[in-house]
Design a protein around this ligand. Structure first.
Ligand SMILES: [Fe+2]
Ligand SMILES: [Fe+2]
Length: 278
């Protein structure tokens, strides 16, 4: 098998999530080259996600000057992203979003929560602006302080230039105890980007689900608790409530996108203006 392309090692943009859905975390049993692809993906991610990289991406993308479009147009735009895996067995991006939202709806959660499920991955449109996969998806983690060894493939941080900067390698790094996650730089990806696009339009619990849903070291492993404040701990309980809908709704029957479209267009209009800056 050829070595995976370092900027697009994943055949499917969600392959990295296997680390969380499979009990066997050593990746030996995935077959089909997936272990090599996920390793290659995290090698690039952990090498490149530095404090300087995160700041540069924020300065660029958070200007939100690339496009003006509605939430629905962003869903259709994201759906043009074609993964290289078998299209007969994989869900489209819109199907993943609707499936997540439908699972939340079926459990009787509030409308803002359903809407959060619907939009939570729209930040993946970064891929359509030629960002490498490692700068869009994968687990996120704080930068500017010591990397936790509970981060998936933490051995690859050996190649991260921030490892050589003592200011970034103490327990607290550039932060203070209990500083609050809003003041902590996380590795750059689709979570942080979408948070800034939608932050004026959803309750803060929904915004936290969007902003931290890939931050498994914090919401799943309980690492970096010394950076959180009490409000973050409240928000993390909501992120953990959201997580199973993201990970485990994928096995269910594909949603009927056409039939569900009117319901979701009404839901979007209830919370969002007709056009947003992306
Ligand atoms: Fe996501
Ligand atoms: Fe997702």
């Amino acid at each position: 098998m050829n070595a995976p392309n370092p900027s697009t090692p994943l055949a499917d943009l969600d392959e990295w999530e296997l680390a969380h859905t499979q009990k066997d975390k050593d990746f030996r049993n995935y077959g089909d080259g997936v272990a090599d692809r996920v390793r290659s993906f995290y090698r690039a991610n952990h090498h490149n996600q530095t404090v300087d990289f995160v700041r540069a991406k924020k300065a660029d993308f958070l200007a939100l000057n690339r496009r003006q479009m509605s939430i629905w147009e962003a869903m259709e735009f994201l759906n043009t992203l074609v993964d290289e895996s078998d299209p007969d067995t994989e869900l489209s991006q819109i199907q993943h979003l609707m499936q997540t939202a439908e699972a939340i709806r079926a459990d009787g959660h509030p409308r803002w929560f359903i809407l959060t499920g619907l939009i939570h991955d729209l930040g993946k449109i970064l891929c359509l602006w030629n960002e490498p996969q490692w700068a869009v998806v994968g687990d996120t983690f704080p930068v500017g302080c010591a990397f936790s060894d509970k981060i998936v493939f933490s051995e690859f941080f050996a190649d991260n230039p921030d490892r050589q900067n003592p200011a970034y390698q103490s327990k607290y790094g550039v932060y203070k105890e209990g500083i609050g996650l809003d003041s902590v730089e996380l590795s750059w990806g689709h979570d942080e980007y979408l948070y800034h696009v939608v932050k004026d339009h959803l309750p803060e619990e929904g915004l936290a689900m969007i902003r931290y849903h890939s931050c498994y070291p914090i919401h799943h492993e309980g690492e970096y608790s010394y950076l959180l404040n009490d409000h973050d701990r409240h928000l993390m309980s909501w992120v953990r409530t959201f997580n199973p809908y993201d990970l485990y709704s994928k096995g269910q029957a594909p949603p009927d996108v056409a039939a569900l479209t009117p319901y979701y267009q009404d839901l979007i209009a209830e919370f969002f203006p007709p056009v947003l800056s992306w």
